[in-house]
Design a binder for this molecule. Structure first.
Ligand SMILES: C[S@@+](CC[C@H](N)C(=O)[O-])C[C@H]1O[C@@H](n2cnc3c(N)ncnc32)[C@H](O)[C@@H]1O
Length: 244
């Protein structure tokens, strides 16, 4: 990693209250593996070091805001793609047991290789759709936290994530700016599937200042058996929301 990119990583961490100095080596290796992987397959649109450091690494770590992931536990990353936020979280929070999940086997193959190369023993990647896991007794109701970044609308995320959480578990949804309409639909959807929106944290991405939102949904009741609906339906026909 160039000295400039390292400085941005440390500055981003500092703005989040994180000392990333002990993790520079791990992030340097992650950056190299990501650039290598991106050259071979269509893993990520970001190629530039500065973009990867700020928009993947630092952005992923913003889900630590508010302390929702401060306790150890099982954390499912829904729609992890090339491993975000799961891999940065696994580096910085070794006490978390992370299960990065994605529907695309090629992406999970990359996450598996990368976690092994980085020696991250707290990462167990899984190729699956969230809808399938949500109906599987080995996964339904088994997670303390679900994190997710840039995957779907809030009502769709509520339907996909809440079935996976134990009672009292929490969804930490990382999004860009969110409209009042999406948030309203998300609140209704959360209630429908057994949850409640606990916090909406609008903030600026460190260094770049872009708008981001963390939406926190707590599982407060049992999810009705009919949720999640079948594959593709939660995103195509989100509850209480007419996607544009
Ligand atoms: C835009 S990418 C975001 C990837 C990553 N979270 C990030 O922030 O870089 C969305 C990912 O979610 C996955 N995905 C979407 N819906 C899913 C579902 N229902 N179950 C599992 N994976 C899903 C897609 O395969 C894709 O890799």
């Amino acid at each position: 990693m160039t000295p400039e990119a390292t400085a941005l990583l440390l500055q981003g961490g500092e703005e989040l209250g994180l000392d990333l100095v002990p993790h520079v080596e791990a992030f340097t290796r992650l950056l190299a593996l990501l650039q290598e992987g991106a050259a071979q397959t269509n893993l990520t649109a970001l190629r530039d070091e500065r973009d990867i450091v700020l928009k993947h690494f630092v952005d992923s770590l913003t889900c630590l805001r508010g302390g929702w992931l401060d306790r150890d536990g099982r954390v499912l990353d829904l729609g992890t793609g090339a491993g975000f936020p799961a891999l940065p979280l696994a580096i910085v929070r070794p006490e978390l047991r992370l299960v990065p999940v994605d529907a695309t086997a090629k992406k999970i193959a990359f996450v598996t290789r990368t976690a092994a190369a980085l020696g991250l023993e707290n990462v167990t990647p899984l190729t699956a759709r969230a809808e399938t896991l949500g109906r599987d007794p080995e996964h339904r109701g088994r997670y303390d936290r679900v994190v997710t970044r840039a995957v779907a609308s809030l009502p769709a995320l509520a339907e996909l994530a809440l079935p996976l959480l134990r009672a009292g578990g929490v969804l930490v949804a990382q999004k860009g700016p969110i409209s009042a309409e999406e948030l309203d639909a998300g609140r209704l959807a959360a209630t429908e599937v057994g949850g409640e929106v606990r916090a909406v944290d609008a903030f600026a991405l460190p260094v770049l200042g872009e708008a981001r939102t963390l939406v926190i949904v707590e599982k407060t009741a049992t999810t009705p058996e009919r949720y999640p609906r079948r594959e593709g339906v939660p995103a195509r026909k989100p509850l209480f929301w007419r996607a544009t």
